[in-house]
Ligand binder design. Structure first.
Ligand code: PEP
Ligand code: MG
Length: 850
């Protein structure tokens, strides 16, 4: 924090939440003086956070003697008081630790005061913290959000306005003109990441208007790339664009149109599948109780593949700036020169994923507000390096403070840019390096470290921190370098130079290996590679068990491209076409013609092979703006799957008509998700009959139900009497049977479809199908698990639909098993006391552990 200097004048000043908490109208403050507005207008925040940050830039003009209140001069004579708790003056400063002194200049988000909330509450005090304009100085205050609800630090609370002050950013025409707003649904597959943010910021700056974007209770000035990034808006998110000023209407229109075009990104057209609803959970997280097996460390899978090699520590010491500054003009020139050097380097990146990530980083560097903030620090006496470091660290901290894992990963990009600039500014250019074939161990690495490590030929990367969708992880995957992250401190127990086995699929690292174990693992890797090649070579063969029974191996797909890839890998049909990609993240449902065209293309890709098209499986947690579905507390247990289709029959009937058109003269296979009663299926059948009667469609149609709930498994016999086929969705069946949310990574370890309760339900479903001569298919993740596949066939499944990549291996695996072995596997799984025990028994029985 810099000392001294009065706060700058402003025309408009945004004031943000200084901490996490429940926002209340000032009148709700449990203190008549504040509630009645005697100290000025504002809001009250019921604190949930022990750190109070600066709500806006300003100068500290008072720190109460009892340390419970701080006043900031924000410029133009306006002063804001943050009064921590009610009647806390009587605590004699006990629970408070001021982090600033009078005269300090602070920026938004800088720490002001630490409070021991427990002590506050233990003393019987309210944590309600009024944030009020105690000295207006001719400014007026306008509340920016509904003062009611949970807010995160940095959420916008109100704005202060002052008329008649000039200056580049203080154009009275801008501030006092008309207001225009518009809401858009983000069609960007990766949400508001750096590139679109930069495009929006550039557009916003073109207009004589002040533009703000809001989403999910957060807001940002549209002219700031990093500010927009901090919104954390994701695909399908609702974003409100608000402009004030002479050209407000035009600005809003232009920005809405830009977003609609993708702001430099591809928009999600029907082909570009969004995240399918709840893919099988693949993350494994570190065991808080320590590793289950000695020498086996658990992290999070970040880039696929397995590797064995010597551990090599890469220490990228962070550069911390010290030293004096020259004159502000000289330091500003140095800053601009270094920015040019770094921009040129990023622009030179021409290597696939590397180029895309470099362009995202470049977009961050284009943020004029970042540069302006650094220049302001230089004006206050800082050096170029010190100013840059302070600004980038503050922004990275603000991203991390949003408690959003994805945004925390973007913070790494800011810190990467921070360090790269410092290396240029301080002449300390050095690259991460490691010997060829090494498994790199690091506390954390930045995206720019990957290139030199790749050039050095490292075999794998394991990090203490980091996230699975960070830019570093994306780069590692595209460079074919297995990587796992978030091992935590236990990773530091690995000795430099010892042989380690990194599994980038499971997110584990094995070290302290016994004599011969490394050699075995090395051989295992060689065998796996050879086995995959062999599986690929026979992938087009018809799938049969070694004892001759025909088992169809299908693929689960979500687009025409997926269909083509599945056929290339030997899929004998599709047991599950997830059609959600056509329905989500758009303002209106797809027309029947649009759907029919895509279904036809998918069916065409498979030639004569069957293609089972699942009707839309959306629900309360999936954005479909044209469906007025209420937000639900338990979306997985709410209106989803067939429940949606039956509530919006025109949507479902339209999809049925489109599927029939897409199938043309071929047999159409239609399957409904989440069926849980015979009544639902009867309604579905009646709807299909109506559609057939209306359209006069004459080609054969088969109508099936998914078994995804314990209810449907238990009444499978009843369903099978009415349905032409059943298909078990083991992903949902497992989550509903075990009452474990499949999207909760904390529960990933428990979500095993080989839990005997799930196996028994599949057994009941198989029995129901047998009784009515129906084929039982499986289209959940268990079908692609070799042990699961053997059990499912043993229970009676004759069609397994797996992810396209698994098709060759599952076909090859089945060709080595007899029906007798599969039945024995099913028996063993049914008899096991737990999924773990089942896996142990199956491993012994089938001679395979994974
Ligand atoms: C399942 O639940 O197993 C399934 C295949 O459906 P989805 O994963 O699409 O929910
Ligand atoms: Mg499902």
């Amino acid at each position: 924090m810099a000392r001294g200097g009065s706060a700058a004048g402003f025309v408009r000043l945004r004031v943000h939440a200084p901490a996490k908490g429940w926002l209340l109208p000032l009148e709700a403050t449990p203190d008549p003086a504040f509630a009645g507005g005697a100290l000025g207008p504002g809001v009250t925040l019921e604190l949930l956070d022990d750190l109070i940050r600066a709500p806006c830039p300003g100068e500290v003009v008072a720190v109460a003697g009892e340390r419970h209140a701080i006043t900031l001069d924000c410029g133009n004579g306006a002063q804001i008081l943050i009064h921590c708790g009610i009647d806390t003056v009587s605590l004699k400063g006990e629970p408070f630790e001021p982090l600033v002194a009078v005269g300090d200049r602070v920026e938004t988000g800088d720490p002001l005061l630490r409070v021991d909330l427990e002590a506050l509450v233990a003393a019987g005090k309210s944590a309600a913290t009024p944030i009020v304009l105690v000295e207006a100085g001719g400014c007026s205050l306008s509340l920016r959000s509904d003062p009611d609800g949970l807010v995160e630090p940095g959420a916008e609370l109100f704005e202060l306005y002052r008329e008649g002050v000039g200056g580049a950013n203080c154009d009275p025409h801008v501030e006092n003109g008309p207001v225009a707003t518009r809401e858009v649904i983000l069609p960007l597959p990766h949400g508001l990441h750096a590139r679109p943010c930069a495009a929006i910021a550039a557009e916003a700056r073109r207009w004589r208007a002040t533009v703000t974007l809001r989403t999910d209770g957060r807001s940002a000035a549209a002219g700031s790339t990093v500010g927009l990034l901090k919104l954390g808006a994701t695909l399908g998110g609702r974003v409100e664009i608000e402009a004030r000023g002479e050209q407000a209407e035009a600005a809003v229109e232009a920005i809405a149109a830009l977003i609609g075009r993708g702001a430099g990104d591809e928009i999600v057209e029907p082909r570009a599948a969004p995240q399918a609803p709840g893919q099988p959970v693949v993350l494994r997280r570190a065991d808080p109780d320590g590793p289950a097996e000695p020498g086996l460390l658990s992290g999070v899978a970040a880039a696929p593949g397995k590797a064995i090699g010597s551990a090599y520590y890469v220490h990228r010491a962070r550069i911390e700036v010290t030293g004096n500054a020259e004159s502000p003009p000289a330091e500003k020139a140095r800053l601009r020169d270094a920015l040019s050097v770094l921009r040129a380097r990023l622009a030179d990146e021409d290597d696939g994923a590397g180029a895309a990530i470099a362009s995202a980083q470049l977009a961050i560097l284009e943020d004029e507000e970042l540069v302006a903030a650094a220049e302001a620090k230089i004006d206050a006496g800082g050096s170029a390096a010190g100013a840059w470091q302070a600004v980038m660290q503050r922004e990275a901290e603000a991203l991390r403070a949003l408690f959003d894992a994805r945004l925390a990963e973007r913070a790494d990009d800011l810190l990467d840019l921070e360090q790269r600039m410092l290396r240029i500014l301080l002449g300390r250019e050095s690259e991460a390096t490691a010997p060829a074939g090494a498994i790199v161990i690091a506390s954390d690495l930045y995206p720019s470290d990957l290139k030199p490590l790749r050039a050095a030929g490292v075999a794998g990367i394991a990090t203490v921190a980091g996230g699975p969708t960070s830019h570093l992880a994306i780069l590692a995957a595209s460079a074919d370098i297995p990587m796992a992250v978030a091992f935590g401190e236990p990773l530091c127990g690995v000795e430099e130079g010892e042989l380690v086995y990194l599994d980038g699929d499971a997110g584990t690292l094995r070290h302290a290996m016994a004599e011969g174990e490394a050699e075995e693992l090395r051989e295992h890797l060689v065998r796996r590679e050879a086995s995959y090649r062999a599986a690929l070579a026979t992938a087009q063969h018809e799938a049969r068990l070694a004892s001759g029974e025909r088992i169809e191996v299908f693929a689960n797909i979500g687009s025409v491209a997926d269909a083509e890839e599945a056929v290339r890998l030997g899929a004998e049909g599709s047991g599950l076409v997830r059609t959600e990609f056509l329905f989500l993240d758009r303002a209106e449902p797809p027309s029947e013609a649009e759907q029919a065209e895509i279904y036809a293309a998918i069916i065409e890709s498979f030639g004569d092979r069957p293609v089972i098209i699942r009707t839309l499986d959306i629900g309360a947690d999936k954005p479909a703006p044209y469906l007025p579905l209420a937000k639900e507390d338990n979306p997985a247990l709410g209106v989803r799957g067939i429940r949606v289709g039956l509530r919006y029959p025109e949507l479902l009937a339209g999809q049925m008509r489109a599927i029939l058109r897409g199938a043309g003269g071929r047999t159409a296979h239609i399957m409904a998700p989440m069926v849980s009663s015979a009544g639902e299926f009867a309604q579905l059948r009646a709807m299909l009959d109506r559609v057939l009667a209306e359209t006069g469609h004459a080609a054969p149609v088969r109508l099936g139900a998914m078994v995804e709930t314990p209810a449907s498994a238990l009444i499978a016999g009843t369903l099978a009497r009415e349905a032409d086929f059943l298909s078990v969705g083991t992903n949902d069946l497992t989550q509903y049977t075990l009452a474990a949310d499949r999207t909760n990574s904390d529960l990933a370890r428990d979500l095993d479809a080989l839990h005997p309760a799930v196996t028994r339900l599949v057994g009941i479903a198989a029995e129901g199908c047998r009784a009515h001569g129906r084929v039982l298919g499986i289209c959940g993740g268990a079908a692609g698990d070799p042990l699961g596949a053997a059990v499912l066939v043993g229970l009676g499944a004759r069609e397994l639909s797996v992810s396209a990549a698994r098709v060759p291996e599952i076909k090859q695996w089945l060709s080595a098993l007899t029906l007798e072995q599969c039945r024995a596997a099913a028996e063993a799984a049914l008899a096991a006391a737990s999924a773990e025990e089942a896996r142990g028994e199956l491993g012994k029985l089938l001679g395979r552990t994974e």
